[in-house]
Design a protein around this ligand. Sequence first.
Ligand SMILES: N[C@@H](CCC(=O)N[C@@H](CS)C(=O)NCC(=O)O)C(=O)O
Length: 239
Amino acid sequence: MDLHQFRHSAFCEKVRLVLAAKGLEANLLEVTPGLGQIELFRLSGQRQVPVLVDGGEVIADSTAIALHLEKRHPLPALLPADARSRARVLLLEDWADTALASGARQALLQAAAADPVLRTALLPEATPDPLRRVVAALPAGLMAPVSEAVGEVLAPCEARQLRRNLEQLAVLVADQPYLEGDRLSLADLAVVAQLSLLQFPGSAGAPLAGRGVEGLADHPLLATLFSWRDRVLAEVGRA
Ligand SMILES: N[C@@H](CCC(=O)N[C@@H](CS)C(=O)NCC(=O)O)C(=O)O
């Protein structure tokens, strides 16, 4: 299998986690933003990552990929057999992929505008060194209005709602190992993937590991949530 990806995309991380949970391996092919996406369009009919090529099948979208893998490799199951439980998993997964994903992405971009280490580490692998240096040297005062202009800033009420939702998640995992039922599911993996944008796990390597969005990555009420995230990563062998 080939996984066309962006290294730092949470949706690609979600697929990598599904592969890891099922003990599967895929060649990770880094897509160059822009030019590489034209190739991706030729391959899949759309330009977003992740795209999985499995034999003759080309599958775009992290949920479609997860469902494809679940069908091809049913064990260990990431979707419960019970219909109600499965419905809760799919609803949670969709919440993680939409509201949580959008809040986490905007919060990270906002944090990166203020943190030169964060924003250079997030640049695509192929970024030439001179451009990296230019990006690192951009003053935060210049970055903020650009982020605002392209709508990539969380309004204070959205930032508050993101924090509250994360606090609710922390309550859910404080005394149970999984978001739904008594085994790992797609809901856990979808949430874990997005949480990695807010506080980068050890596997992100230096200088990203442990860094993240100030006020969330270091929020005392969210410590349980990030420990749960690390435990889930360890369970799929990604600690
Ligand atoms: N619903 C899609 C979302 C995928 C997505 O948003 N991918 C982003 C990277 S995180 C992307 O490819 N962005 C590039 C673009 O839109 O041009 C999924 O679950 O896979």
